[in-house]
Design a protein around this ligand. Sequence first.
Ligand SMILES: NC(=O)c1ccc[n+]([C@@H]2O[C@H](COP(=O)([O-])OP(=O)(O)OC[C@H]3O[C@@H](n4cnc5c(N)ncnc54)[C@H](OP(=O)(O)O)[C@@H]3O)[C@@H](O)[C@H]2O)c1
Length: 330
Amino acid sequence: MPTRLDTRRLGASDLDVTAIGLGCMSLSGVYGACSDDDGIAVVHAALDAGVNFLDSADMYGWGQNETLLAKALKGRRDGVVLATKFAQVRQEGGGNGVDGRPAYVIAACEASLKRLETDRIDLYYMHRIDPKVPIEETVGAMAQLVRDGKVRHIALCEASPATIRRAHAVHPLAAVQTEYSLLYREEAEATLAVTRELGIGFVAYSPLGRSLLTGSVTGPADVANDRRRDHPRFAPENLERNRQLAARLGDLARAKGCTAGQVALAWVLAQGQDIVAIPGTKRVERVRENVGALDVRLDAAELSGLAAAFPKGAAAGTRYPAGQMKTVFI
Ligand SMILES: NC(=O)c1ccc[n+]([C@@H]2O[C@H](COP(=O)([O-])OP(=O)(O)OC[C@H]3O[C@@H](n4cnc5c(N)ncnc54)[C@H](OP(=O)(O)O)[C@@H]3O)[C@@H](O)[C@H]2O)c1
């Protein structure tokens, strides 16, 4: 029997999710190779540890991630809150586009249901906002999926406060998913102001700063062969500054007898009961370590010490490369 972990409710939905979920993106080779067998073992380790919240997207491995989850969830689907996403599309000639047209929403959902081998998606996100399509039209189609019983609850990623308000007026959002960690707080905290006002849950992605906050990256060579090399925070001119910031977590972690990554996760979870975090890993032992963050308590002095050690805007380098920065928080 899996361990029973404390859960948090997402907004006004009936989704009670473990405060630490499993981000499944890196099971698709984004941060280095991961075989399907290893990916399935990671998902099983998370479920065995009591995690009930799995985060996928149709564009992680362009379908492979959802197919992998279908295999991993054979006989284990009940009790899992399965989240996936649509809207990012491959463009001819390379690069990703965004499609929020209602007909696309319906087709994308059908394709995800088929790959996931399930009859319902518990939480369905729009992965990026499509500036070409009024959000009301996209959310209208997502609401239709709820009425049709294909989706239980809907959500947005990387939406600005104004977009969140417009979407929520059409159909209640259970959650908004945005990057949030000690390294990158500004947009998340602006988002939190509106999700709190409207009673929407907040899902913190990349809560380990895409690995930086764990202290496991020692230099550019560690990320030379994966997607992180394109992220400004890992660029040689920024990496050392970010590593020095992250080192401040190590001191507190040693004093508390836990790891730096656990402190980073505990900090996110301490920012409010409306927040859950979805760290990703392709290693079984790190799944257990990340779940262990639920046992790390930070007192008021530790929280304010961390806020002072990581002032807002302290990270060197933007959250995404320049082109992708135009597609977030809109
Ligand atoms: N909505 C969006 O636009 C969006 C964008 C990005 C991510 N996400 C979601 O958020 C999830 C998490 O984000 P993320 O994977 O980008 O970043 P993250 O969770 O902040 O960091 C993942 C990285 O940290 C490493 N790591 C994890 N646990 C560790 C530990 N205990 N000790 C040392 N290193 C550790 C992993 O390496 P190993 O695999 O080698 O352990 C991986 O390189 C994704 O899986 C995805 O589901 C959503």
